[in-house]
Design a protein around this ligand. Structure first.
Ligand SMILES: [Zn+2]
Length: 403
């Protein structure tokens, strides 16, 4: 039986004008129709979902998550890297549920221990646990001296990089994740952050080129962790689909984003702009040298990110190691001077296109998956309305995730 969702305001696509009292008709897993009341044909005997006090819009898409890392547990950050696997899995189950409850109906996951991404995707697809639809990398790749040891596997030299990408493909990965910047000399968390927030390349240009060639050959997309510097530009030249973070951008990088049409994903705005869950709340904030790095990255992000939005529009927001907080990313993008429309695109349609799912999700056009949320208030007027998610529907199934 069809479902009819009534709204106060309907956002079919952030790029088209919102529709007052718009309705969406869902049949099975798909959107059958969406538009003005009276103009949309409603099948007889449909079930009505009354969201007539809310804004109805496409489900949110998170372009960069780590399933088992979650700052919400308020543990020292280093614990993400040392915690035992059963505990990490239990946290993952909780975080996946919290992501879906926050309106995230699709997430791209970019690195985790073992092959957990694959196991989580399977468990969600089988209905054993609840969570967003996952687009996965399975084994993120880093050079031996690169950072993120528990989130990524070592692969050195063009040949090994190619081999590891083929293995991931055979396992069922959709996307390749490469850590092209950040190095780590040592085992401690301090060693980790000493190599973080720098533009120092970890992969060579040759390795990046080989990775992109291999990925494209297999029909996979490529996401590159790059804070800034030459490796970020090598990645764009090589044709990667997204640069993740880019918090140390320079003037010349704007031209690169424009020329190569690369998506800028996961600028991690909460880390720089949110005192409650960002860097200032971390135990490492006490180090002067670290604080200086964070402040520099914050200043550049504030200066250059709105420019990228203006020039290409290709920005995608993400939670990374925080969950159920995507609305905060959207809030900070607006605070940096971007429009609410740009922020909505960055949590829906842009990410759909980046993930290669532009024909299936991201807007509420007929034939797409019925990934639909409702929120109290109107996010086009006040972006923080995204915080108040009421209805959560994924592939036509409504989830009740309160408590
Ligand atoms: Zn990440």
């Amino acid at each position: 039986m069809a479902i009819v969702i009534k709204s106060k305001v309907l956002i079919v696509d952030p790029e088209t004008p919102p529709i007052q009292q718009g309705v969406v008709v869902v049949e099975g897993k798909q959107v059958l129709a969406a538009g003005e009341p009276g103009k949309v044909e409603v099948p007889p005997e449909s079930t009505v979902l009354d969201c007539s006090e809310e804004t109805v819009m496409p489900g949110l898409i998170d372009s960069h998550l780590h399933i088992t890392a979650n700052n919400a547990f308020r543990v020292p950050l280093f614990e993400h890297y040392t915690i035992d696997t059963p505990t990490a899995v239990m946290r993952g189950v909780t975080t996946m549920r919290s992501d879906l409850a926050s309106g995230v109906t699709t997430a791209r996951t970019l690195g985790d221990r073992l092959d957990l991404e694959l196991r989580f995707r399977e468990a969600i697809e089988r209905g054993e646990i609840v969570g967003p639809r996952l687009v996965i990398c399975i084994r993120a790749l880093r050079p031996s001296h690169g950072t993120a040891k528990l989130l990524a596997y070592p692969a050195d030299g063009p040949d090994e990089v190619r081999l590891r990408i083929r293995e991931n493909f055979a396992l069922g990965a959709h996307v390749v994740k490469l850590f092209v910047s950040n190095v780590q000399n040592g085992e401690t968390f301090l060693d980790y952050i000493q190599g973080d927030l720098t533009g120092v390349p970890s992969y060579s240009k040759g390795e990046i080129v080989a990775a992109v060639e291999q990925a494209k050959f297999l029909g996979m997309r490529v996401a590159t962790h790059a804070i800034g510097g030459p490796a970020m530009r090598w990645a764009m030249e090589a044709g990667v689909d997204s640069v993740e973070h880019a918090n140390l951008m320079e003037e010349q990088d704007l031209e690169y984003f424009e020329r190569y049409g690369t998506y800028l994903s996961d600028p991690n705005l909460h880390l720089f702009f949110d005192d409650e869950i960002g860097f200032p709340s971390f135990e490492t904030w006490k180090y002067d040298w670290w604080r200086a790095k964070v402040l520099d990255a914050r200043e550049r992000t504030a200066r250059f990110l709105p420019e990228v939005v203006k020039r290409t529009g290709k920005v995608c927001l993400a939670g990374d190691s925080t969950h159920a907080f995507l609305w905060r990313e959207a809030k900070y993008l607006v605070q940096l001077g971007c429009s609410t429309k740009a922020a909505l695109l960055a949590v829906t349609k842009n990410s759909a296109q980046l993930l290669g799912l532009g024909d299936k999700i991201g807007t509420l056009e007929p034939g797409k998956y019925a990934d639909i949320i409702s929120v109290a208030g109107n996010p086009l007027e006040d972006i923080t309305a995204l915080r108040n998610v009421k209805l959560v529907m994924k592939e036509g199934r409504q989830y009740d995730l309160r408590d």
